[in-house]
Write a protein that binds this ligand. Structure first.
Ligand SMILES: Nc1ncnc2c1ncn2[C@@H]1O[C@H](COP(=O)(O)OP(=O)(O)OP(=O)(O)O)[C@@H](O)[C@H]1O
Ligand SMILES: [Mg+2]
Length: 340
């Protein structure tokens, strides 16, 4: 016990959910201490990092020529190595325990569909940002642990994680992923679908942030119990001037429907491919949904209707993966079972 707490003073080990939309950091013994958008703002010429996280997200789409605000992760993987590293370094410094000089061991959640090259990029970026050692855990496994599924049992557990860049569905039994399927269609594509719809129907160009706002406040996959509308601001592509119009939940639902159908199909395909014994387990236990996309209004209802299975939305879908990798940080025997 005494040794444990002494060791705790020295160790600043971290677990990270390095997501396309959000990065969360879990510190051993402290829980989730950081939750920020995965956005970096840099000086266009000197490439100096000017802002990271919340501060940088406010700049998206609003920068003068001298500043570039960008999202270094795309489709769940690193799109820009340099800025991902800068982002991780910034977050490390923010949560760093100044009493320790030891570099942290870091556990990072990565999408299940990622290539060797992409894995190496994640590992290298954390190492050059100051990690001593890097473990990787697959996101659906982390999400399943995070929501408290009995992953060690000889029984199928199905998890569906809809993030910003990827939708992942996996069946886990005996601490292993028995089946997984990952498609690079998730929250970002829902936002893009709204942008396309507004352009086509109203000749109105809306920004990424406005589109996301519409999705979160008005978006749904299934008719809502009560009608909602929202004011949308953008630039009229014909007149070339700013314009405001009112959009209904029904219109947003129509805009999102194609992308939602891809997500539903991903789940159905998974159900068709899993071994029968595990399928039988899932008929009883259903599917647990995590990731920010799980919060899309009525998506659970639609999935229930389309699959006939119980659908459970995790209590805190945005924290599931970070809580899961955090648990492996605190239970090294579990980490040994699930690290890749
Ligand atoms: N209430 C909501 N309704 C619909 N979508 C939402 C809601 N809240 C957040 N989102 C969306 O969830 C996504 C972010 O979820 P999350 O943080 O789980 O993704 P991520 O882990 O960063 O991405 P990935 O796992 O794909 O790398 C964003 O696209 C965001 O717009
Ligand atoms: Mg995620």
């Amino acid at each position: 016990m005494i040794f444990d707490s002494l060791l705790g003073l020295f160790s600043s080990d971290l677990a990270i959910d390095l997501g396309t939309a959000n990065t969360l950091v879990f510190v051993k013994g402290r829980g989730i201490v950081l939750r920020e958008p995965s956005v970096v703002a840099v000086h266009a010429e000197s490439k100096k990092v000017l802002a990271v996280g919340h501060e940088a997200k406010k700049m998206l789409g609003r920068t003068p020529g001298s500043i570039v605000a960008l999202r270094p992760m795309k489709d769940g993987v690193i799109a820009n190595f340099e800025y991902t590293e800068a982002m991780i370094r910034h977050f490390f410094q923010k949560v760093h325990n100044r009493k320790t000089l030891i570099k942290p061991q870091v556990i990072i959640a990565v999408p299940s569909g990622i290539t060797q090259v992409e894995k190496r990029a994640v590992r290298d970026s954390a190492l050059s940002a100051g990690a001593r050692y890097v473990y990787l855990v697959e996101e659906p496994m982390a999400a399943a642990i995070g929501v408290g599924l009995p992953i060690e049992a000889p029984s199928g557990n199905m998890i569906l994680d809809i993030g910003g860049g990827t939708t992942e569905v996996a069946v886990i039994s005996l601490s292993g992923i028995v089946y997984s399927r990952s498609v690079r269609v998730a929250g970002d594509e829902l936002d893009e679908a709204i942008i396309t719809y507004m352009k086509r129907k109203y000749n109105l160009l809306v920004g990424e942030r406005m589109a996301e706002d519409l999705k979160i406040k008005l978006g749904s996959a299934y008719p809502l119990p009560q009608k909602k509308t929202m004011e949308v601001k953008g630039r009229d592509l014909v007149a070339g001037i700013p314009r405001t119009l009112i959009v209904s939940d029904e219109e947003v639902r129509e805009a999102l429907s194609e992308v939602v159908a891809v997500i539903v199909d991903t789940v159905k395909t998974a159900l068709e491919r899993i071994p029968p014994e595990l399928a039988a387990d899932i008929v009883d236990k259903g599917i647990v949904m995590a990731g920010g996309g799980a919060l899309l209004g009525g998506l659970d209802v639609l999935l229930r209707e389309q699959t006939g299975l119980p659908i459970i939305v995790a209590e805190d879908p945005l924290s599931a993966v970070a809580m899961g990798v955090g648990k492996t940080l605190e239970h090294l025997d579990l980490l040994k079972q699930v690290a890749i």
